[in-house]
Each structure stands twice: as C-alpha cells, then as structure tokens.
Design a protein around this ligand. Sequence first.
Ligand code: BTN
Length: 250
Amino acid sequence: MADFKSLIAAGRLIVEDCLPSTNSRLKELAMEGAAEGTVLIARRQTGGRGRMERQFVSPEGGLYYSMLLTPTSSPEQSLSLTPCAAVAVHRAIEALCGVSADIKWPNDLMLQGKKICGILCESVFFASQQKLIVGIGINVSTAPEAFGQELADTAASLLSVLGHAPTVDEMAAELTAQLDTVYALWQRDHRAFLKEYRRHCINLGKSVSLIKNGLSRSATALDIDSDYALVVEYPDGEREHIHTGEVSLR
Ligand code: BTN
C-alpha cells in the first residue's frame, strides 16, 4: 500500500490542521509555483466548497484533499478529469474497504444511498498555463451527528455505513496512488475509464430529476456518452446530453 509518511518526507504532501478550503489554499500555492502533483490535506475545513456553490460540511474524521495537476489537454477535455477522479476514489475505497461504492453522476460516491464523497475540480490559468485543482472530500470516520441536522438523511461516513474504515491517512495515501495511476492513463486516453465509470454509475436506467436554472424536469438516464456526459430522455422522447456543471440531479 502507498505510504503516507514517505509522501510527506518526499515533500509531496502538505498537512494542515484546519483551513477554510484546501482547494482555495492550493490555488494560492499553485500561483506561488507549487509543483505538479502537490497534495494538500486539511483535518477539517471551515469553508469547504462543493459544486453549484454549495457548502461541503467538513468536520474532523473526513479527508479533505486537493491535488494540483497541470495537464496539457484542452479545457474541454480537462472536464473529463472529474469523472475519472471518481473512478480513482472508487478504486481507493474498494482497495481499503472491500466494497464497491456507487457513482452518482457526475461525481458523488454513495454507499447505501448516502453520500460519502464529493469531488470539485477547479482550474486556474497562470502564465498562460492551465492548472487544475482536483478537490476530494471523503467522509471516512465522521460521526453522524457532526454532519448536522440538514445532512442527517443524506450524508454518511465509511465507518457509519460499514462499521469499519481505514484511517484518514491510509485513505490519503491510497487515494494519491490511485489518482497517480488514473491521471497517467487519462493523459494518453481520457476515455479509458468510460467502461468502469458506466459500470458503477447508479443513475443508468433510472428516473432522474434535472434541476436547471431552478426548474426541475424529469427524465430517464440512458447512458454516459464518450465525454462522460449523461444522456437523458424526456417523457416526450427528446434526448439531451447533459454535461457536468449544467444541472443538479435528484
Ligand atoms: C460536492 O459535493 O459538490 C463536491 C465537494 C468537494 C469537497 C472537497 S473537500 C476538499 C476540497 N476543498 C474544498 O473546498 N472542496 C473540495
């Protein structure tokens, strides 16, 4: 298994006790010249951010993780790194916990219908170079009451669902190893993870509610296309390819 201590010793991993957001801080470090592959972890976050400008509740017991990457792909192609990061998280959870988590399109991981991980990839351009921050929050051993009343029915941790969990540091090390593997292959072929993504995606064949600009529309999720967009069919037979960031799914 990948080793947490040697990642720190190699200067690749930075661990902070508390940050507003590891993504925000790693963006600053990227501007200051941090190397590709730098990983920043916080034991808790006070302003953890999720997709669609939502808050990501980040109490102790979770892994709050950001990795800096500098891909040479086009910004459009870089969008596919987010679902591929979900595959890396899936592999890390399977390797450490022996369970196959569900991927809820585009990039949440679920166990027994509860969210245990969210992913937020953000890009910054610096000196005309694209830098990507892959931000991942995994509820490893978070106590259920720490999520607060609002998330009581929707969020859970590996420990609360499975009754066992790795340490946060073991998860950080395994995740780093899996992301390294996924990123290396993604650079050569960003479609290499489609099959695996489809296999674990829980939405396919099911009814979904798409929330776009505050309006909700029902559809059936049919497939994941070659750009990892969700192919949906509306009751009137119209089909649409939904790209990450366009909608929220219920
Ligand atoms: C989501 O659920 O919509 C995505 C959540 C992403 C949370 C992670 S935690 C580490 C990194 N720092 C942040 O502020 N957000 C991401």
